[in-house]
Design a protein around this ligand. Structure first.
Ligand SMILES: [Zn+2]
Length: 79
């Protein structure tokens, strides 16, 4: 067997995904966690709590902008 075949077959270590227990090749360029398969490393599954925090911040900013707009409207009506 040519040496190159052996190198390719053992190039990437086989890991067990910590989330779904599927085997996957841990490739150096694989994004996300080293103990998760590519499917479980997708951004939407990675950290829902962080995404919720961003949404809350966006909602807060929206409320702030709306309050500012209301204030401008009231001020204009008074003057
Ligand atoms: Zn997985």
């Amino acid at each position: 067997m040519p040496v190159s075949c052996i190198i390719i077959s053992v190039a990437f270590p086989i890991k067990i995904c910590a989330v779904c227990s599927e085997e996957f090749e841990l490739k150096p360029e694989k994004p996300g966690f080293a103990n998760r398969c590519p499917a479980c490393s997708e951004p939407e599954n990675a950290d829902p709590e962080t995404k919720g925090a961003v949404d809350a911040d966006e909602r807060k900013a929206l409320n702030e902008a709306r309050r500012q707009a209301m204030r401008d409207l009231l001020y204009r009506k008074d003057s």
